[in-house]
Design a protein around this ligand. Structure first.
Ligand SMILES: [Zn+2]
Length: 104
């Protein structure tokens, strides 16, 4: 088999974007939810939190300028439409946050 050698380098790609990594920077990750399903978790910086959200973990408001996370079902392509905003600590403690509560 021929060996490919990367000698020289007049054809540098110039950093091609990796598919799927373009729209979501490094803050994106997948974690199991309290129900065992996988969820996409994305951090929201305080500077980007400009609205009031209701945290399904504690049923309290997430005030503007509060760093938190956005979570949605990773297994469903349309899951992002059903995303929820959680306090970072509530999401971290979701296993003890009463998964019987119905999100609404
Ligand atoms: Zn909360």
């Amino acid at each position: 088999m021929a060996r490919r050698r990367r000698a020289g380098g007049t054809r540098r790609g110039g950093g091609q974007p990796t598919p799927g990594q373009v729209r979501f920077p490094s803050s994106r990750r997948v974690e199991p939810g309290a129900d065992g399903h996988d969820y996409e978790v994305r951090s929201v910086a305080a500077a980007r939190a400009v609205k009031v959200y209701r945290c399904p973990g504690c049923d309290h408001e997430i005030r503007p300028a509060t760093a938190h996370v956005v979570v949605w079902p990773a297994t469903d392509a349309a899951g992002v439409e059903d995303r929820r905003h959680w306090h970072t600590s509530c999401w971290a403690n979701r296993a003890t946050r009463g998964p019987t509560r119905k999100w609404s």
